[in-house]
Structures are given as C-alpha cells and as structure tokens.
Design a protein around this ligand. Structure first.
Ligand SMILES: O=C(O)CCC(=O)C(=O)O
Ligand SMILES: [Mn+2]
Length: 212
C-alpha cells in the first residue's frame, strides 16, 4: 500500500459534513453502477440540454426512473418521457435504487424510495454553478448523489448562493446524502480537473437520486 492509499484508508468511511449532509466514502460499487448507467444511456443517450434562457448546458445529462429532470424553453421540469425519443425514461435499475435507499438510511433518512435519477456527465473543465435543487415538490426527502470516475470538488454554500463554501472531495464510489436542514442548501461542483480513471477515462459521472 502506498502512502496516499494508507492515508485514504485512515479517513472515516462516514462523515457528517453539516446538519443533514453525510459523506459515505466508497459506499457504491462503482463498476456495477457504471455498467448499469451505460445500459440506461443506450436507451436514453446523454445530451446537452438548453436552459430556459437559451444557453447550452455543457454538462451532458440523461435520466432513469419514473420521472426525468428536463430543461428547455418552457423551464425546468420533471417529465415521464424523454423529449428526445418520446419514450418513457428507462426504469431505475433496482441495484441503483438500493444504493440510494441504503445510503439515505446511513445518512439518517430511512424509507427513502427515489422516483427520479438525473445522471450528469462532466468532461474536463466542466463545472456546475451554485444552485438549489428546487424542482422537487417533496422536500422531506434528501437528494443522494453517487460519484463515478475522476474526482471532483463539491461545494456546499448553504443558505446563500455564494460565499465561502465547504469543499468536499467526491471520489469514485463516494455517496453524498443531502437532506433535512440542508435539503435546500446552495451547492455546485468545481471545474473538473484533468485526470484519468480506469472506468471513465477523463470523465466524471454523478447520479443524483430524488423524490419529486
Ligand atoms: O455532480 C454532482 O456531484 C452534483 C450534481 C447536482 O448538484 C445536480 O445535478 O443537481
Ligand atoms: Mn444539485
């Protein structure tokens, strides 16, 4: 074991970051998640959506589950069908739903059954600006995020859009649970640094599970 791996193994597996925010390091089997995600993407390919204001969203997205998060001239909304194909979104694979349910329970939210999973694909240099997840009507439940591939810095800003964030390094297989007092916290992802991962090459994927 190298020195870096040794230090990594000494970090706690579960860490409370803030009220309602729990980081579960290495919680997900990233190989299995990656494979299931590729199956989803075969039916509902990654695409660049357009913001309501007409800008391209550079982080490519797809969805699985009963509802999918979409953006277009009409605004942001959850839809049962993929606007690109007219087909229902691919069902959420049970193995993915189980990871979200178990992570939510570990984070203090037992009985979590997400009906939507937004999948983001980050190429090097792409970031996600500070935002709240507020298109869901039901805010009692957390958003659970699984990270796959190249590590990224997740920024938790809290009540205001900017300011000094808590920076959280999200690595392959890490799961972040964000609910309760932090359900509406502003958050974002810093520009993806150059890197290489055996599964994903220079890319990062995130799967955010939601109850809409
Ligand atoms: O990629 C991430 O870790 C966060 C994604 C996110 O906040 C979102 O899709 O709303
Ligand atoms: Mn978000």
């Amino acid at each position: 074991m190298g020195v870096a791996d040794l230090f990594d193994s000494l970090r706690p597996k579960s860490e409370t970051i803030s009220d309602g925010v729990t980081l579960l390091r290495g919680f997900a089997d990233s190989g299995a998640v990656y494979e299931l995600m590729q199956q989803v993407a075969r039916h509902a390919p990654f695409r660049n959506q357009i913001t309501p204001g007409g800008h391209i969203i550079k982080v490519a997205t797809t969805n699985c589950g009963a509802l999918g998060w979409t953006s277009g001239p009409g605004g942001y909304r959850y839809r049962p069908d993929d606007p690109e194909t007219g087909l229902p979104w691919p069902a959420m694979p049970a193995q993915l739903a189980n990871i979200a349910t178990e992570a939510a329970e570990a984070g203090g939210f037992p009985g979590y059954h997400p009906n939507a999973c937004l999948i983001n694909l980050y190429a090097p240099g792409l970031k996600l600006s500070s935002h709240q997840d507020k298109n869901e009507r039901d805010r009692r439940w957390p958003v659970v995020t699984v990270s796959i591939g190249v590590p990224a810095t997740f920024q938790l800003f809290g009540d205001s859009r900017s300011g000094k964030p808590i920076n959280i390094l999200l690595q392959d297989g890490d799961v972040l649970v964000m609910g309760g007092a932090s359900r509406m916290a502003y958050h974002g992802v810093k520009a993806l640094a150059a890197g290489q991962h055996p599964l994903t090459g220079d890319k990062r994927y995130s799967l955010t599970f939601r109850v809409t």
